[in-house]
Design a protein around this ligand. Structure first.
Ligand SMILES: [Zn+2]
Ligand SMILES: [Zn+2]
Length: 395
């Protein structure tokens, strides 16, 4: 089966590259993936995969049924949205939608899943069970396309036992894939704080309630949520990246606005930290005579890879690519809406290496010069198909 899949992946490589380039040239922002999903739907139809259902407006779910389709169902997921970035790569597949760019590799994920679909569809007489393909919108923007897909029933009829997702990683050389079982990526919440005092002349502080001094105290104290509150085993980050008080050298402003991010890797601690932050901020600000509005905009949850499934997939990667091509990933405090699926079922989110220093392909995701070595697409399509079939086949 492995040799068969590898041969098929090689055969369709140029087609996967063509699809990826089409997607790359025609990027669409989060929740506006109308042409993208139409393209995906047409490609699936060309393959004869008619069991499609629209979800979450610009998402799509499709089924590839093997023999005995009820036996077991496995889901494969790709995200399809692009970012508001002006592409700086001078390539013939450069974005034609000025100001929008596939700078997170979601074109790669979509083209790879289409390739995997083609392989699986050709082999459907040779495996038992069903593969559910999930093409989702809006990974880059809250509330996250994954959460909308789940609400819209993407995980029902049929209900998959497990879900697998891949994401490009420009730190990993092309030809390799990366895994991490258990704790992998962080929850991510936005903090929007307004500290209100009473402005006045900088020379007459006694007549004011200085929101600058109050904010300074509050910011320093809130770091203790991390250093004294978070259990040391749980990674946790609190960063304030924006602070504005519109006074002057001799003017104390009425209020200060502060924005930040809170990230961690445990849902219970996350909820507790939210409460503690608001309580601490309120206590400090009110104790100093001001008032505070503390808004927490909840982002994606923490991403946990199922231990057993991830170990199995790592072993399958050794089999498919060789031990020398496996990278063991460290935890990463970035966020990813695949985490919503990990809360629903066994899940594995792994990384696809796309770096090639000899070709100058080294830029990070979310930058205007991000690109991939397209040799990664052969693995992106073939290896994903292999994982699905192995998971359906093995106990
Ligand atoms: Zn991204
Ligand atoms: Zn991404």
């Amino acid at each position: 089966m492995k040799a068969k899949i590898q041969a098929l992946a090689k055969n369709i490589k140029s087609e996967v590259i063509t699809n990826r380039r089409h997607l790359h040239q025609n990027p669409e922002l989060s929740f506006q993936e109308y042409n993208t999903v139409k393209f995906v739907s047409e490609k699936l139809q060309e393959m004869g995969i008619d069991l499609q259902e629209s979800k979450a407006e610009t998402g799509l779910v499709a089924l590839i049924k093997g023999k005995n389709p009820e036996k077991k169902v496995i889901a494969l997921r790709a995200d399809m949205d692009a970012l508001p970035i002006i592409e700086q790569n001078e390539v013939d597949y450069k974005s034609q939608n000025e100001g929008v760019m596939h700078a997170c590799g979601h074109d790669v994920h979509t083209a790879s899943l289409l390739g995997a679909a083609k392989i699986l569809n050709e082999l459907k007489e040779e495996f038992e069970g069903t593969v559910k393909l999930i093409f989702q919108p809006g990974e880059e923007q809250l509330p996250g396309g994954a959460s909308l897909m789940i609400k819209d029933g993407a995980l029902q009829n049929p209900n998959p036992e497990a879900i697998i997702g891949q994401h490009v990683m420009p730190l990993i050389p092309v030809g390799k894939v990366g895994f991490r079982a258990g704790m992998y990526m962080a929850s991510c919440d936005e903090l929007h704080i307004t500290v209100k005092g009473k402005g006045g002349h900088g020379a007459l502080p006694e007549l004011t309630i200085d929101p600058i001094v109050i904010s300074a105290n509050m910011i320093v104290s809130l770091q203790q949520i991390v250093s004294r509150g978070a259990p040391p085993k749980i990674p946790c980050v609190l960063t304030f990246g924006d602070i504005h008080g519109h006074g002057a050298t001799n003017v104390i402003p009425d209020e200060v606005k502060i924005q930040g991010t809170f990230r961690t890797m445990n849902e219970e601690w996350r909820a507790e930290a939210h409460e503690r932050m608001v309580k601490m901020a309120t206590g400090i600000v009110e104790g100093m005579g001001g008032t505070v509005e503390f808004e927490i905009r909840k982002g994606y949850p923490y991403l946990e890879n199922d231990e057993q499934l991830t170990h199995k997939n790592r072993a399958r990667a050794v089999d498919y690519l060789g031990e020398e091509n496996i990278v063991d990933l460290d935890i990463w405090l970035g966020a990813e809406d695949f985490s919503y699926y990990t809360q629903e079922m066994k899940a594995c989110f792994y990384r696809l290496g796309t770096r090639n220093e000899s070709k100058g392909i080294v830029s990070a995701v979310h930058t205007p010069t991000f690109d991939i070595d397209e040799d990664a697409l052969e693995i992106g399509a073939g290896f994903m198909a292999y994982l699905a079939i192995q998971e359906l086949t093995e106990n």
